[in-house]
Design a protein around this ligand. Sequence first.
Ligand code: FE
Ligand code: ZN
Length: 510
Amino acid sequence: MEPDQRLKQAVSLIIKAGYQLDAEALTFLKTMAHRAEVEEIVKKIIEDLAMLSEKPLFLKKDFLETNVTKRLEASEADAHEAVSDFDYVFKPYARKVAREIEVLYDPMEQISEDTVEDYLSLFKDRFAKIERILRERMDVKDAVPIGEVLKAPLKSKVKTIGMVTEKIERKRAVLVRIEDYATELATVVPISNKSLFDKTRKLLIDQMVCVEATKIKDDMFIVNDFISPDIPEKKVNAAAEQVYVAFTSDLHVGSIKFLESSFERFVRWLKGKEGSSHQKEIASRVKYLIIAGDVVDGIGVYPHQEKELVIDDIYEQYNLASKLLGEIPEYIEIIIIPGNHDATRHALPQPAILEKYAKPLYDLKNVMMLGDPARIRLHGIDLLIFHGCSLDDIIATAPDVTYQNLGEEVATAMKYFLKTRHLAPIFGSKTPIAPVSADNLVIDPPPDILHAGHVHVMGFEAYRGTLLINSGTWQEQTEYQNKMGLMPKPGIVPVVDLKSLKVMPINFLS
Ligand code: FE
Ligand code: ZN
């Protein structure tokens, strides 16, 4: 087509769609008419305009200029990509990398009877472990037991350690009760102290804390500061080799909302058969795939679940999951832990998904089944993998995270794990905890990477040398999530280079 003809076509498209051109806009189109793409681009611009609720009468030069140039640039980039994709040969670099997995912690079936005594020893262990962590801090070292604090003279400044057992917000103050093995302490935080009040709101019930206070009456202590255990700032640990890990979770195979074709795209990408050449280059370095639970949607996990299932048989759900995962090249190691939808005990720590339900997964040569939480080391990088059930309890009580803002704040929610140094800081709420004598949910030492799922929102953030990752989901929004105001971010896989701990999120939503 000649430029003149092309210009005529473009102008008539605009007029037919009901818009008018001013003189400047017409001149601009004339200067662009030598480009073959112009007609196509004008069509697209009109399509976009049709979506607007208030349509302009005139198409002005500025508007056309920005839109046409934007699209020309995009189509040039596509063309470039297509040419280089054509030349691209997938070379799976990770095939030559030897696997380096060390399992540091894997919860096994070790449950005693559900007795009060067991919970008592669990609490004692939690207390002792986190107290030790707290005392490693310079500003906590000189803390004394609550019993001594109670005997201190009036007006003296005291420092002690305890578990937060109660918080009551009053008009002018917050009453915070803390307890240790022997006794308890009632403290008062004046609301007028804004920064301390904010800190107090972020204290979770059952978390360990150090209190600095002034004794003003026999049984009354005014808080000067709260110190949470937190993690010390550390240097980012890095592997010697450029090996990549793909993080995912919450497939929910069996659910009507499982995004099977997007997941298949992801698997094709791992095989080097999907994505741009740059994305394929990333795929070639993926040596590990970690799945942090909710492989299947399960059966009878919540009331009336059967209405939301396409596969209502647990064996068939795992069967399909293993078919999908079985397509992944064998040189990629797949590490799977359970979630609350999987077939194993639900109380934390959870043993691995039971073999009797998930035999086909166990049969895959490159699959390693671990419990929840699991701690492993890959090429010297320390990873803590946790499904994340307790995020629900954190979201319910923390003042800075809600289901509605989780898209931006999922890492903020995960930071509570590190600040309290515990994976289920709130006890006796929605997160079931097994009565075992040792508390293996205490986070010690801080890992290089903390991976969780469960809330179906992808997000990540580096915090004091630890990388926090939530790996999102492959399930579209459910009715329940809709009611909660939770907008999932499905189909996005964060890939991490162990040599730099840089995160490369890749979107597979189709
Ligand atoms: Fe889930
Ligand atoms: Zn879950």
